[in-house]
Design a protein around this ligand. Structure first.
Ligand code: NAP
Ligand code: MG
Length: 516
């Protein structure tokens, strides 16, 4: 009998003891940087002729790991193995599959700070962000294990006198998992273990910028007792091996989280039925956001609202799908509130993630170039309030940037920048603010700060986002507390960490036996 699900607590880094343990974990991980990592196909370590490096964005000359660069040949083998091993894994009882996740959770709890430290080096998360990512990963393991046991229970049907009827859920087949780098453990692990616990086999094609973390996760699952070939790791470029896996006729489902551009491409590619393919592929595609925080003149506490804006806009350098990239303020408090956000933003310190600055680097050189290009566009479209340039250091550092008086249709108010850039838009009143917030192709998260119950009611009904927050920041969703996923071009609204999620990896079988 399992205890009810509970969220994993965050590590309190104000405690000296925890800070010391984190320093130790960072030192241990740092001594392991630069190692070589192979592919994992059927449990075997497969080396490739070509390799690629994952670097530390805080210190760009530091190599975090050297990874095998798979070609379509290895991708083909991985899909074949996943297809063969599905025949075995689908027959393993759901409770046993759930046990693998629970053992992985136990192992991960013991190695929490080590997995956090890998994120500090590989993607530039500060300690608290990295620790929260690991906590979320533990939550997925604990929650999806319990969810599988729930879905494995007999399902209720309306009885009829002449037949014995049953309804149960079976897995789909080989699932290709393609995660982003920004929640390098949590999202990658969440999609993968949801597929595994439901009885599917997986070919995991991690994001190239966080492939070392994916390798450590695969090892963790092996340690937890996952049999060989049930989870296969193919590292390499999304544009070649990713596409090959998506298009493959034996691929039954694709679980993707990443940008809208790649999501649309995968959706289209997966829709085409290939020679020899005997199903329509199922696709989960969770994509980008242009998330807005509305601050109304009736807000109860503007100080708190300003803190929440800064946390939502600049936490992990604005590189969260849930990050606030639009701030919509009603006219009477507009100038005052922008000033409050500016003051806080200018206090933000930037530096290497290892030294636990509030803000670290953005992920890589092309992200840096893209963000700086948007900043130049912003200088034409709005008024620069603060930031607007690179910050010093041997990494991809960009100052937290605010533009005000941005027209709602400006590019910086419409396109996902995925960096520390906030566009402030003035609204006439609350109704106008909601209208502006909805003027986007996305619909992921949003926050509203107001003390007026009628305005809250209006936001609940009209603000079209998958995750709406009232009087709090728009980032930091917790597993089974805030099931997470967006509307419109933010994705297929597969609510990760929610009770509907595992169903997406299952199909229902109806069996009817006539009484004799
Ligand atoms: P991305 O560039 O779209 O990449 C995501 C994944 O797709 C990576 O593993 C990438 O591999 C792979 N890929 C790239 N091109 C491919 C292709 N042609 N075929 C198959 N796979 C391909 O996104 P990202 O930069 O990693 O992540 C940031 C984006 O994710 C943002 O837009 C953010 O909003 C979104 N996001 C959404 C959610 C959500 O829940 N809605 C959560 C987190 C992030 P390579 O790394 O090898 O290119
Ligand atoms: Mg890196």
């Amino acid at each position: 009998m399992l205890t009810p699900f509970k969220n994993e607590p965050f590590t309190d880094f104000t405690k000296e003891e925890n800070r010391r343990r984190m320093q130790e974990a960072l030192a241990r991980v740092e001594s392991q940087l630069g190692r070589e990592y192979a592919l994992v196909i059927n449990g075997e370590r497969v080396k490739t002729r070509e390799t690629f490096v994952s670097i530390n964005p805080s210190e760009k000359d530091q190599v975090v790991g050297v990874l095998a660069k798979a070609t379509t040949e290895e991708a083909e083998r991985a899909i074949q193995v996943a297809t063969e091993r599905f025949e075995y894994w689908k027959r393993v009882p759901p409770e046993e599959r759930a046990m693998v996740l629970l053992r992985a959770a136990t192992l991960l709890k013991r190695r929490k700070l080590e997995f956090a430290a890998w994120q500090v080096f590989e993607v530039g998360k500060n300690w608290a962000e990295a620790d929260a990512d690991v906590a979320e990963a533990i939550d997925y393991l604990e929650f999806y294990a319990r969810e599988m046991i729930r879905y494995a229970q007999p399902q209720e049907l309306t009885p009829i006198e002449t037949e014995r009827n049953e309804y149960f859920y079976i897995p789909l087949g080989p699932v290709v998992v393609i995660p982003p780098w920004n929640f390098p453990l949590a999202i990658m692990l969440g999609m993968t273990t949801a597929a595994l616990v439901t009885g599917n086999t997986v070919v995991l094609k991690p994001a190239s910028d966080s492939a070392v973390i994916a390798y450590h996760f695969v090892e963790l699952m092996e340690e937890a007792g996952l049999p060989a070939g049930v989870l296969n790791l193919i590292t390499g470029p999304g544009s070649t091996v990713g596409d090959y896996l998506v298009a493959h006729p034996k691929t039954r489902m694709i679980a993707f989280t990443g940008s809208m551009e790649v999501g649309k491409h995968i959706y289209e590619l997966a829709a085409k039925v290939q020679p020899g393919q005997i199903w329509l592929k199922r696709v989960i595609a969770e994509m980008g956001g242009k998330d807005a925080i509305i601050v109304d003149e009736d807000a109860l506490n503007l100080e708190e609202a300003a803190d929440a804006v800064v946390a939502s806009a600049y936490g992990f350098q604005g590189q969260k799908c849930s990050a606030a990239s639009r701030l919509i303020v009603t006219e009477p408090i507009y100038e005052k509130f922008v000033e409050m956000v500016k003051e806080r933003t200018e206090k933000i310190e930037i530096g290497p993630a290892k030294d636990n600055y509030f803000m670290g680097p953005v992920i890589n050189a092309s992200a840096e170039a893209k963000i700086l290009a948007y900043i130049e566009i912003g200088k034409e479209e709005g008024k620069l309030v603060t930031g607007g340039e690179k910050a010093p250091g041997n990494g991809f550092y960009i100052k937290p940037t605010i533009f005000k008086d941005v027209p709602e249709d400006a590019r910086i108010a419409q396109e996902e920048i995925f960096g520390p850039v906030l566009a402030v838009i003035k609204a006439r009143d609350f109704d106008d603010a909601i209208r502006i917030a909805n003027n986007t192709i996305y619909g992921l998260t949003g926050s509203v700060f107001t003390g007026d119950p009628l305005k809250i009611k209006k936001a609940k009904e009209e603000f079209h986002v998958g995750n709406l927050y009232i009087n709090r920041k728009c980032t930091g969703a917790l597993v089974d507390v805030h099931p997470f996923g967006g509307f419109n071009m933010s994705g297929t609204d597969s609510k990760a960490g929610g009770r509907d999620y595992l169903l997406l990896f299952l199909q229902g079988k109806s069996v009817s036996e006539k009484y004799r």
